[in-house]
Design a protein around this ligand. Structure first.
Ligand SMILES: Cc1cc2nc3c(=O)[nH]c(=O)nc-3n(C[C@H](O)[C@H](O)[C@H](O)COP(=O)(O)OP(=O)(O)OC[C@H]3O[C@@H](n4cnc5c(N)ncnc54)[C@H](O)[C@@H]3O)c2cc1C
Length: 451
């Protein structure tokens, strides 16, 4: 492609900003990032409280966040945040140690079995499911893998593997089929409580591509990255380093693609481009773009989670001494309840804690926002950490994904085949997975493949 190609990127979150970075590194300088908010970062959102940043959105990374590491290098920053740590409580607020055999004598057989199954899971992922962990979902539904290895070098990898088709089934069913159902006890922590839905509804491909074996073990061992100034700071630094920083407050009312050109109406003015990269949610693209029949058809199949975050103050004597996971509340029958709460800074109680709850599940009615908020506040009281005040709240449109039937029917291969068809490329969360690294990595690959 001509290096002077005029490229419009919609969205200034990790996907859009990293697309700009990778384009620039490949010699494309004629790109424009349009961000509708007055700040960059999207779901990397780190407001101030008492002079320090807390996280309303993304919190952490792991050492295999290679694309995030590219960004850190590009910006000259590093993961310098507070070390994470956590304990566990049951739904009644009692501190428990669910994985400690000595504290769970009756559960020893189950814990031993779980340990065995985790080893077995590691084995089948390397053998039976070889190729499961490449970024994105190309070929999976057809029993293929195609992409780049999860390594700093990202060597191209591809191959046939019929077993990969299994990954379209819900993770719970997939675990049962492979006799590793107890591994869910471990995988559920960094999956469901992180807002990614329930194992009876989410295809195994999403669970395992994000929580590949190594990544899950990094969560277990708390080998994690955080950023002192918050994840939004990474995006801010990246934006400032780019030759063409995002244009903020850009309200797009129309996208028209005709005669090999892309016309974007921004704040009432029509701008002309050659190519478009959409990193904003594809589900809403048809609301402002001249979506074609296939775009309408596929994007209407996208589902999402409702992930609610509250930042609350407590009395000093009620402040949690550490972050807590509440495993009891991570199953669909406890929809809307508090699943995890996060204390970020160890050295002071003069800070907010953030709470996390899901209120949407495929087979249940969505819980109204205010109702869920009250449930979470009630749960905090049950946990012996009652809140005095809510200082910030956010209900996120979260983790866009497709369900098993559409996954198995080849949603990803069909959408991948549409890349470039209308001078338009699709990136962002749904194309890979809803975390900072998978989205940035997908942008890297998109630039590698098409530009
Ligand atoms: C509570 C929470 C916790 C999380 N924890 C983690 C974590 O610990 N680790 C991790 O890796 N990830 C985490 N994530 C997920 C991570 O933040 C997202 O996956 C990532 O930000 C996705 O990047 P993106 O650019 O694809 O989308 P987004 O971050 O959603 O960015 C999209 C951008 O597009 C803009 N936009 C949307 N529509 C338009 C439009 N029409 N015109 C112009 N601009 C538009 C938005 O304003 C936004 O800035 C968390 C997210 C949340 C909410």
């Amino acid at each position: 492609m001509d290096k002077n190609t005029r490229i419009c990127i919609i969205g200034g979150g990790p996907a859009g900003l990293s697309a700009g970075m990778y384009l620039e590194q490949k010699g494309y300088d004629n790109y424009t990032i349009l961000e509708r908010n007055d700040h960059v970062g999207g779901k990397c959102h780190s407001p101030y409280y008492n002079g320090r940043r807390y996280e309303m959105g993304a919190i952490m990374g792991v050492p295999s966040y290679y694309a995030v590491h590219d960004v850190e290098e590009f910006c000259g920053i590093t993961h310098d945040g507070p070390q994470l740590n956590r304990n566990y409580k049951d739904r009644n607020g009692n501190v428990i140690e669910p994985f400690e055999p000595k504290k769970n004598l009756l559960k020893i057989p189950r814990l031993l079995k779980m340990k065995k199954q985790i080893t077995e899971l590691g084995r089948i992922l390397e053998t039976k499911y070889k190729g499961y962990d490449v970024n994105g979902h190309r070929g999976v539904a057809q029993g293929r893998y195609e992409g780049f290895a999860v390594s700093p070098e990202r060597e191209p990898v591809s191959g046939e593997n019929e077993n990969l088709r299994d990954l379209s089934m819900p993770f719970k069913d997939w675990c049962i089929m492979n006799d590793v159902e107890l591994t869910q006890d471990v995988w559920i922590g960094p999956f469901t409580s992180f807002g990614y839905g329930y194992f009876d509804e989410i295809p195994a491909a999403y669970v395992l591509k994000y929580l590949d074996f190594q990544t899950c073990m990094n969560f277990v061992r708390i080998n994690l990255w955080t950023w002192k100034n918050g994840t939004q700071y990474i995006c801010k630094c990246l934006n400032e380093k780019l030759n063409n920083p995002a244009r903020l407050n850009s309200v797009i009312s129309k996208v028209e693609r005709k005669d090999g050109k892309v016309f974007v109406t921004v704040n009432g003015e029509v701008e002309e481009y050659d190519k478009l990269i959409v990193t904003s949610p594809l589900q809403f693209f048809p609301e402002y773009a001249d979506a074609r029949e296939d775009e309408e058809k596929y994007f209407s199949k996208i589902d999402y989670e409702r992930y609610d975050v509250l930042a609350v103050e407590t009395k000093p004597e009620d402040h949690p001494e550490i972050s807590y996971y509440v495993f009891d509340n991570m199953t669909p029958d406890r929809l809307g309840h508090l699943m995890v709460y996060y204390r970020r800074w160890k050295d002071t109680k003069d800070q907010v804690i953030t709470t996390y709850a899901l209120r949407k599940h495929k087979n249940s009615e969505e819980i109204p926002y205010e109702e869920c908020k009250q449930m979470v506040l009630d749960d905090l009281a049950v946990m012996h950490n009652p809140a005095t005040n809510v200082v910030n709240e956010q209900s996120w449109y979260y983790f866009p994904h497709v369900f098993s039937d559409d996954y198995a029917a080849g949603w990803y291969d069909d959408v991948e085949a549409m890349q470039g068809k209308y001078d338009t490329y699709y990136a962002g969360e749904v194309m890979s997975f809803g975390d900072m690294d998978e989205t940035a990595e997908y942008s890297r690959e998109l630039v590698e493949r098409f530009f």
